[in-house]
Write a protein that binds this ligand. Structure first.
Ligand code: KPL
Length: 317
């Protein structure tokens, strides 16, 4: 793949992030193939196209190629947008695809890069983090719910595709930058999700409620603070970066105030959540470092109870 060749991109997973990402890629003139699991969703996307509902309510329709058989497709880059609980399965699918496509993980949580690198080789892996809010409205519709930032880079540092991707997303109007230290970026984004996602999912509120309700804000801030201590203990973030995590989480609440977090969307649909690769990962690493994380532990317990169907609505008792 040299600099002049266009990139054939597959987007694996057509949830909120997958659809938003695919719409951005098509709008910048890329040839995109959505790789989905369910035949029913593939049929719906073929029939209706991919529909993006902008924050002003305007509906934009994007023609996309769709495949429900990812391993049959030849692409240069697969953007993995599936839940972190499905990363290993995604890695196996990419490993079975023709050629040796690179992968970019555009997922929430800690450990996705490691899982992909273990199966595919670290040089094929790129990481991305996004704070663009999005809500899936149906199999083929996604609502944009607040702008943020996209950061991309290689798992091992620099990667030739990172600059290309940045140019593509920038052409689509996204705020994007390239980083050569994606481990740090992944942690910074994880701190945002560690505060927002479980709190909004437990209380069934949009992200902006964390700014409006002091009780929710206190829990979210404490969870991010604890996770920041762990990141510092691991040497991934400096003390200043860990402390800045709280402010960043609150800024994302403001920028995506109307959005219902991905974990809230999972809980509302009775799906398993990403708690294990967010607050759960923090608790596991904290135990190894002997750092106390009582707030994260409690959030993990409450989300696990919701997943198990033991509580409905706000706090479990
Ligand atoms: O990443 C998100 C998520 O919901 O998972 C944010 C940025 C918090 C938007 O809701």
């Amino acid at each position: 793949m040299d600099g002049a060749e266009p990139i054939r991109i597959g987007v694996l997973g057509a949830g909120a992030v997958g659809k938003l990402t695919a719409a951005a890629l098509v709008s910048s003139g890329m040839s995109v193939r959505l790789l989905v699991r369910r035949q029913e969703q593939a049929a719906s996307l073929r029939q209706n196209g991919l529909v993006l509902v902008n924050s002003d309510g305007k509906r934009l329709r994007f023609p996309v190629a769709v495949s429900a058989d990812p391993v049959a497709e030849a692409v240069d880059l697969v953007m993995v947008t599936v839940k972190s609980i499905d990363t290993e399965q995604a890695a196996r699918q990419v490993a079975a695809m023709p050629g040796t496509p690179c992968v970019l993980s555009l997922q929430n949580g800690l450990g996705n890069g490691e899982t992909l690198a273990a199966l595919l080789g670290p040089e094929r892996v790129l990481l991305g983090v996004s704070t663009y809010g999005a809500t899936a409205q149906s199999d083929y519709e996604v609502a944009a719910r607040g702008s943020g930032e996209l950061v991309v880079g290689g798992y091992l540092g620099c990667h030739p595709l990172a600059d290309k991707l940045a140019a593509i997303f920038s052409k689509a109007g996204w705020n994007v930058r390239v980083s050569s230290d994606m481990q740090r970026e992944v942690w910074k984004k994880a701190l945002v999700n560690i505060g927002i996602n479980p709190v909004t999912a437990i209380h069934r509120v949009p992200n902006g409620a964390i700014l409006e309700r002091p009780d929710l804000r206190q829990i979210a801030v404490a969870a991010v603070w604890e996770a920041g201590q762990v990141a510092q203990g691991l040497g991934v973030l400096s003390a200043d970066e860990a402390a800045a995590g709280v402010e960043r989480m609150l800024l994302v609440c403001r920028a995506t105030a109307a959005n219902r977090s991905s974990m809230l969307q999972d809980v509302e649909k009775g799906r398993r959540t990403e708690i294990g690769s967010l607050n759960g990962a923090v608790v596991r690493m904290a135990d190894e470092l002997s750092v106390a994380t009582p707030v994260n532990r409690e959030l993990v317990n409450r989300i696990r109870q919701i997943e198990a169907g033991n509580c409905d609505g706000a706090y479990c008792t």
